[in-house]
Design a protein around this ligand. Structure first.
Ligand SMILES: Nc1ncnc2c1ncn2[C@@H]1O[C@H](COP(=O)(O)OP(=O)(O)OP(=O)(O)O)[C@@H](O)[C@H]1O
Length: 223
């Protein structure tokens, strides 16, 4: 369980929230605090006060993979191969094993053809795919994806759902502007002005958003 208690960070406030294993989607208006919440879950931001624990450890002491909303902000190294290898090298994985894992991961995620390219030359969607691969290559316990789908074509968006499930991460926390994608999650959080206004299953949360633009299009079409 991810447990959050009395958390305060800038204008962001959560008194008590428990997140069960599975895929949790975070939705809400622009500026409602989705990226801030994701950064706290990934350990990129530290609470000003209060606590957040992934099972028994704070996020910074947990294996976490993170994809930033902006593709260029994910990049640490100049080539795709080095970018993908970096999470393994930071853990002192032996060179031969790293090389093998990079090749296997790139091929499995359909970016084997990009391995020798320079990061700066990739398209926005290609950068996101490499960032996703770098986030999952070390099999993280927590996978945090900030609008990972916003640069991907519709075929890749569908593919991403399977890749997220196949990542093996116990907790996936992602935000998306695609409500049909959010509807396929296990859990849903609706944020407003830095607070969790609704939390529950997609059915529970969307039932409270029926008259808003956040209601999934495919659910509207259902007779
Ligand atoms: N580094 C920062 N310093 C100060 N305020 C910030 C910082 N980053 C974000 N904010 C503010 O915190 C609030 C929440 O921002 P956040 O990026 O979490 O929203 P969001 O829901 O992800 O928005 P969007 O859907 O537009 O990406 C916004 O008002 C934003 O201006």
């Amino acid at each position: 369980m991810i447990t959050i208690r009395d958390l305060r960070y800038r204008a962001f406030a959560i008194d008590a929230l428990d997140i069960s294993p599975g895929i949790t989607s975070v939705i809400g208006k622009n500026g409602s605090g989705k990226s801030t919440f994701l950064k706290l879950c990934a350990g990129i931001a530290e609470p000003g006060s209060g606590t957040i624990f992934v099972d028994t450890l704070p996020p910074r002491e947990t294996d976490a993979g993170y994809v930033n909303e902006f593709p260029d902000r994910n990049i640490l190294f100049s080539t795709v191969k080095d970018e993908l290898a970096s999470p393994l090298r930071f853990r002192f994985t032996p060179c031969e094993e790293t090389g093998h894992m990079v090749q296997e991961c790139a091929e499995r995620l359909g970016i084997g053809h990009l391995l020798d390219r320079r990061m700066g030359e990739l398209s926005g969607g290609e950068k996101v795919l490499v960032a996703f691969a770098a986030a999952v290559i070390g099999r993280p316990r927590v996978l945090v994806l900030d609008e990972c789908d916003s640069h991907l074509d519709s075929g890749r968006c569908g593919w991403l759902e399977g890749a997220i499930r196949a990542s093996g991460a116990m907790y996936v926390i992602r935000c998306t502007q695609q409500m049909d994608t959010a509807a396929s999650s296990d859990h849903l959080l609706f944020l407003e002005k830095g607070q969790v206004l609704h939390a529950g299953t997609p059915g529970e949360v969307f039932s409270r958003l029926a008259d808003t633009p956040f209601y999934p299009l495919s659910w509207r079409c259902t007779p």
